[in-house]
Design a protein around this ligand. Structure first.
Ligand SMILES: Cc1ncc(COP(=O)(O)O)c(C=O)c1O
Length: 408
C-alpha cells in the first residue's frame, strides 16, 4: 500500500495549523497546494471569461476550462464530454435535475429515495412531488443498503424517478449501483435513476457507463477541489429534456421579444447559464490531476485501512464507553456516540480542547433516525493526510472526554 507519510506537507492547512487533526473529510476535504495555486493562477494569469473568446487570453481560458471538462469525462468514464455540466455543487445539480424534470411528473407518479439521503437529495424531490402532486416513497433497505431483491415489490408503473446516494454520508454502506440500476430498468426501463455521488466520488470508482444510471452529481470540494464547483452528468437525451434552472447569458443563442422565448444552445452550455466559477473549475482540474497522480485506488485503500484501524482501536480501548454504528463497512467514515453523552458536546470538546475536528449531529441526513434509531452522532472520516497517530490521539482524547463528560 502507498505510503502517505508526507501527505500532511502537501496541504498548506497543516502549515497554518500544525497541531490540528482534521477528521471532517466527509463534510469537505482540505486542499493541496496545486489546487490553491491553480485558483490563484486563473486570476493572475488568465482572468478572462471563457464565454467570450475574442481575445487570445479568453481563448486560452476557454481551452483550459474545457480541458477540465475532459478530465471529468475521463474520471467518471462518461461517453460524451458534452454530458459534463459544471454546477455549483451536488445541491445545485440535484436541484437542476428535479426542476428540469417537472414536466415528467403527473399527479400520482412516484419518486423513490432512501431515508439515508442528505437533505440535498430529499428536499428538491419533496418540492417536485408537492408541486406536481407526485408521491414520495422510500426504497426498501437491508443491512443499511438498498434491498435489491425487494425492489420488485415496491416499484410500480407509476414510478418515474429513483434516487439514492451510492455511498450515504453517515453510515457509508455502499449501494451496488449497477445491480440496482439493472433491476430497476428490468422492472421498468423508463425509470430515471439519479445517483448522488457526493460521498462516493472519493471512496469508490465512479463509472457511469458501467453503472447505467441516468444522472449523477457530485461536488469538487469533497475531492480536494474548491468549494462552489460540482458536476452534473446525465445521458445526452435526458440532459436535452431538462428545463434549464438558470436562464441568462451563455445558455441561449437568440431571444425573441415577440413571443418571449429563447433558443437554447447545445449541451453543455444550455445548462450552464451565467458566468461559471472559472477559478474554481481551474482548481477542480488541479484536484483531478492530484487524484490521478496518486491514484484513486491508492487513496481508497489507504483511507479504508485507517477505518479498519480505527475500528480495532475503538474496540480495544473504548468498547464499554462508545457505540459505533457502522463498524462493518470499509468506507472510511466512522460514526459513534459516547454512551449517554450528547454528540455535539463530544464534538465541541474534541474541537476546542483537543484540536481534533470532527462533526456532530444528523449530518444533514435528517431522516436518519428512522434507520439507526439515533438522530445525532459524532462522525469522523479519513483520507490521505490522516494517519494512525491521528487515530491514537483521537482515542486518547475520547477517553479523557468520556471521563469528563460522563461525569457532568
Ligand atoms: C451524500 C451527500 N449529498 C449531498 C451533499 C451536499 O453537497 P454540497 O453541499 O457540496 O452541495 C453532501 C454533503 O455533505 C453529501 O454528503
Amino acid at each position: 500500500m502507498q505510503d502517505f507519510r508526507e501527505a500532511k506537507t502537501w496541504f498548506p492547512f497543516f502549515t497554518n495549523h500544525p497541531n490540528e487533526i482534521y477528521f471532517d473529510n466527509s463534510a469537505t476535504t482540505l486542499k493541496p497546494q496545486n489546487v490553491i495555486d491553480a485558483i490563484g493562477d486563473y486570476y493572475a494569469k488568465y482572468a478572462t471569461n471563457p464565454h467570450n473568446t475574442d481575445s487570445d487570453l479568453a481563448y486560452q481560458t476557454a481551452v483550459k476550462f474545457e480541458e477540465v471538462r475532459f478530465k471529468v469525462q475521463q474520471f467518471i468514464n462518461a461517453p460524451q464530454v458534452e454530458e459534463i455540466i459544471f454546477t455549483a455543487g451536488t445541491t445545485a445539480g440535484i436541484n437542476q435535475i428535479a426542476y428540469g424534470l417537472r414536466k415528467l411528473i403527473q399527479p400520482g407518479d412516484e419518486i423513490f429515495l432512501t431515508q439515508q439521503e442528505h437533505g440535498a437529495n430529499i428536499l428538491p424531490w419533496y418540492r417536485l412531488a408537492k408541486e406536481c402532486q407526485g408521491e414520495i416513497k422510500y426504497l426498501p433497505e437491508q443491512n443499511y443498503q438498498i434491498d435489491i431483491t425487494a425492489l420488485e415489490k415496491v416499484i410500480s408503473p407509476r414510478t418515474k424517478i429513483v434516487t439514492f446516494a451510492n455511498i450515504p454520508n453517515i453510515l457509508g454502506y455502499e449501494n451496488d449501483v449497477p445491480r440496482i440500476v439493472k433491476r430497476l430498468k428490468t422492472i421498468n426501463p423508463n425509470i430515471i435513476v439519479v445517483v448522488d455521488c457526493a460521498q462516493g466520488v472519493l471512496h469508490t470508482k465512479t463509472d457511469v457507463q458501467g453503472w447505467g444510471a441516468d444522472f449523477i452529481v457530485f461536488s469538487a470540494h469533497k475531492m480536494f477541489g474548491p468549494t462552489g464547483v460540482g458536476v452534473l452528468w446525465g445521458k445526452t437525451n435526458l440532459l436535452e429534456q431538462l428545463e434549464p434552472l438558470f436562464l441568462g447569458g451563455g445558455m441561449n443563442n437568440a431571444i425573441n421579444p415577440t413571443d418571449l422565448t429563447y433558443r437554447k444552445k447545445a449541451l453543455p452550455a444550455c445548462l450552464e447559464g451565467g458566468t461559471p466559477n472559472v477559478s474554481g473549475i481551474f482548481g477542480f482540474g488541479a484536484a483531478l490531476d492530484f487524484i490521478n497522480k496518486i491514484g484513486l485506488d491508492n487513496i481508497i485503500s489507504y483511507a479504508e485501512s485507517l477505518k479498519a484501524y480505527a475500528v480495532t482501536q475503538f474496540e480495544e480501548h473504548l468498547k464499554d464507553k462508545v457505540i459505533v454504528y457502522n463498524k462493518t463497512t470499509p468506507t472510511p467514515i466512522l460514526v459513534f456516540n459516547i454512551k449517554e453523552v450528547f454528540s455535539q458536546d463530544v464534538a465541541t470538546h474534541l474541537g476546542t480542547i483537543d484540536h481534533i475536528t470532527v462533526r456532530s449531529g444528523d449530518h444533514c441526513a435528517r431522516l436518519i433516525g428512522a434507520v439507526i434509531n439515533e438522530k445525532n452522532t459524532v462522525r469522523i472520516s479519513f483520507t490521505i493526510y490522516n494517519d494512525k497517530n491521528d487515530i491514537d490521539e483521537l482515542v486518547q482524547a475520547i477517553k479523557k472526554e468520556t471521563a469528563f463528560l460522563g461525569r457532568l
